[in-house]
Design a binder for this molecule. Structure first.
Ligand code: SF4
Length: 299
């Protein structure tokens, strides 16, 4: 079978940096309890691998970041690549925890911009995903004046006074954001807009858009990962079937019957070994081949 990989795909600079920060922290402090608020990056296999280094992720679904932080009483807390609100930072300081901030610099850039525009008395429209940690980390800094916009309907429901500043979560879909921005421009013609989809997200989405005609496309990544989910949505109409998988183990061999050309892409938080294993399996695939076990090599 011919296999085409979208280039680039997989780890971005922010994810590589966050993982290196966590590993270094463990190396330098072998005995210290180390906690991560949430998932360091959105991939459960990375979370499990960090867990094996005794770096514990606190990520209960129904708890807020603040509630999770309440449970950490000693040692080091690492803030994930998605960033945290100022209140979380303050609380960790009050608790006397050592803070290690692995927030991606691209997220910090939007956070700084929002802060600056708030200080000038502006209202903020922030295009993002509800309950996503990156959006939460920004909106919670001032819920009265930072308004989360998830779609055009949200724009229509807003009633804010000028001046208005508009920005967005870094991992949004570059094909969907323009529609929301158009609605904002129509309702708030004087709004100042700074579209901040990060380069890593944009390049991975473009790579998927430019794939040749395919019988099937595998998008490798974690369902929590916003940029992974968006990759599949960027595929062009020449891709017949799209499958979201977390590892090679999720491949259903019946999907491969008659497939001559398959594509593979991976989210920015997907370990290289996971998507490489998918590529190798597809390249050598013969009917009735069993799906192998997922590789153990993650970090
Ligand atoms: S996807 Fe973009 S914003 Fe998110 S960690 Fe990677 S480089 Fe940073």
């Amino acid at each position: 079978m011919e296999v085409v990989r979208a280039i680039p795909c997989g780890y971005c600079k922010g994810v590589i940096r966050a993982i290196e920060i966590a590993k270094k922290e463990r190396e330098m402090n072998p005995e210290t309890p180390i906690h991560i608020l949430g998932m360091l990056v959105h991939n459960k296999y990375v979370t499990l691998a960090l867990n094996e280094l005794n770096i514990i992720s606190h990520n209960e679904k129904n708890k807020t970041r603040m509630e999770l932080l309440e449970e950490i009483d000693e040692g080091t807390v690492i803030f994930s690549a998605h960033g945290v609100s100022n209140a979380i930072y303050e609380k960790a300081r009050e608790k006397g925890l050592k803070i290690v901030d692995a927030t991606c610099t691209d997220v910090l850039k939007t956070k700084e911009m929002v802060k600056e525009h708030l200080s000038q008395g502006e209202e903020i429209l922030y295009i993002g995903v509800r309950n996503h940690p990156e959006a939460e980390g920004i909106v919670r800094d001032d819920p009265e004046r930072i308004h989360l916009i998830t779609n055009v309907e949200d724009v229509n429901r807003t009633d804010v006074h000028s001046p208005v500043f508009v920005t967005n979560q870094t991992t949004m879909n570059m094909l969907e954001v323009p529609e929301v921005l158009d609605a904002i421009r129509e309702k708030y013609p004087d709004a100042v807009i700074s579209e901040e989809i990060c380069d890593a997200t944009r390049m991975r989405q473009n790579a998927v858009r430019n794939l040749p005609p395919l019988d099937i496309l595998y998008v490798v990544g974690d369902p929590h990962s916003n940029n992974t989910r968006n990759l599949g949505k960027c595929a062009n109409e020449n891709v017949k079937v799209i499958r979201y998988i977390e590892s090679v183990e999720d491949i259903d061999p019946s999907d491969l019957q008659g497939v001559k050309k398959a594509g593979v892409t991976a989210g920015a938080s997907t370990p290289t070994s996971l998507y490489q294993q998918v590529i190798s399996f597809l390249k050598d695939f013969k009917e009735n081949d069993p799906v192998p076990k997922r590789t153990e090599h993650i970090l």
